[in-house]
Design a protein around this ligand. Structure first.
Ligand SMILES: Nc1ncnc2c1ncn2[C@@H]1O[C@H](COP(=O)(O)OP(=O)(O)O)[C@@H](O)[C@H]1O
Ligand SMILES: [Mg+2]
Length: 349
């Protein structure tokens, strides 16, 4: 068995390469950007790439490369079921509906007239989202028809930048004034206006508009990160005076904060969607107590901090022991490869 890994600083690949070294696994570092990447992978069984939603180059072809290799019989991470809907909330609407996963009811329109007709009749507030983005950047509340109309008009008569530097700068200044960031971050955000970044090249968003029902909650969401039979669970508190938790860095891992039904709900969703790994954002309706998924991603944080707080199993039992959630991913891919080999052997006998 030989594993190929695309290496990017700051991504999972550093840990995966280390894992292979420690476990004497035959491993080859590759560059997914090479035009002959497919032939370079000919002698490998497994291909791993932690591609990034903020990098327009990755988003141009990472899924296409991974899924082509999977279709040709290699084990890849992330694979089709795990990644086709990554950074694609619009896609996730149909995915959750098709699988009957309890998710925040979502509405998508592809022309202005239909969207406005719906917006006149619907109840508020609604959550407006672009299909891509992270850290709550492209997520806003529409409190009434007037605000919803403004989102709709922009989607069909103009366009949205996939990455809004102005919004990023203003948010950084706000955080700095609250004392939660140093001035260095403000300077960093300012420098974005003159630097050319991979996220600047992401395609503008237009010709669709997407809303979710706002799920009233107690000011936090759950982030459950599943791989195989294990998961990491945390509560993420919303920013002050804001309905959004993602990107607020107010994450709490104390196991007393996590109810068993949340862990079971996350495993169930990940199983039904056949995900190798999943980071599920879940909110609990404060009146009914029901859980709703608001988003899924294939990858999760790479903070060391994340892996110091114990993990949960399928029976919602918490294990107070050290672990490495990035190693789970490579171990899962190896297991998948070994299982596939087993199936092939059975078929040819
Ligand atoms: N339908 C919803 N109802 C209530 N809160 C929501 C809803 N959708 C998102 N949120 C809040 O907004 C945050 C960001 O939304 P999310 O769709 O996860 O975007 P991102 O991709 O930026 O993480 C979530 O962490 C959650 O706190
Ligand atoms: Mg999210």
């Amino acid at each position: 068995m030989r594993i190929a890994i695309h290496h990017r600083e700051g991504s999972y690949s550093t840990q995966w390469l280390q894992y292979c070294k420690e476990h004497n696994i035959d491993c080859k570092q590759v560059n997914a950007y090479d035009t002959d990447i497919v032939s370079r992978l000919a002698d490998c069984d497994i291909f791993l790439w932690h591609f990034h939603q903020g990098d327009a180059r990755d988003m141009n072809f990472a899924k296409q490369l991974l899924f082509s290799l999977q279709q040709a019989g290699k084990t890849v991470y992330p694979d089709f079921c795990t990644a086709w809907h990554f950074d694609d909330k619009l896609g996730q609407k149909y995915l959750f509906e098709a699988h009957g996963i309890q998710a925040a009811p979502a509405y998508a329109f592809y022309n202005e007239a239909d969207a406005l007709r719906w917006a006149k009749e619907t109840e508020y507030p609604k959550v407006f989202k672009l299909r891509g983005g992270a850290g709550s950047y492209n997520v806003e509340l529409a409190h009434n028809f007037r605000e919803a109309k403004a989102f709709i008009t922009k989607a069909f008569r103009s366009e949205y930048a996939a990455y809004d530097k102005r919004q990023h700068f203003l948010r950084t200044v706000r955080e700095w004034r609250k004392g939660s960031l140093t001035f260095r971050y403000v300077l960093g955000a300012l420098s974005l206006f003159v630097r050319r970044l991979p996220q600047d090249r992401l395609p503008a968003q237009k010709e669709y508009v997407y809303f979710q029902d706002f799920i009233p909650n107690d000011g936090f969401d759950y982030r459950i990160e599943v791989c195989g039979d294990r998961c990491i669970a945390m509560v993420r508190y919303c920013r002050k005076g804001d309905f959004r938790a993602s990107g607020g860095h107010n994450d709490h891992f104390e196991h007393e904060l996590i109810e068993q039904d949340v862990v079971r709900f996350a495993f169930d969703a990940a199983d039904r969607l056949q995900l190798q790994s999943a980071a599920l954002d879940i909110v609990r309706h404060k009146q009914t107590g029901k859980l709703y998924v608001v988003e899924v991603s294939y990858c999760y944080g790479v903070d060391d901090d994340e892996f110091m707080h114990g993990w949960w199993d399928r029976n919602a039992v918490w294990h107070d022991e050290p672990f490495n959630g990035i190693n789970w991913l490579i171990e899962y891919a190896i297991k998948q490869h070994n299982n596939n080999k087993h199936i092939e052997t059975k078929l040819t006998l």
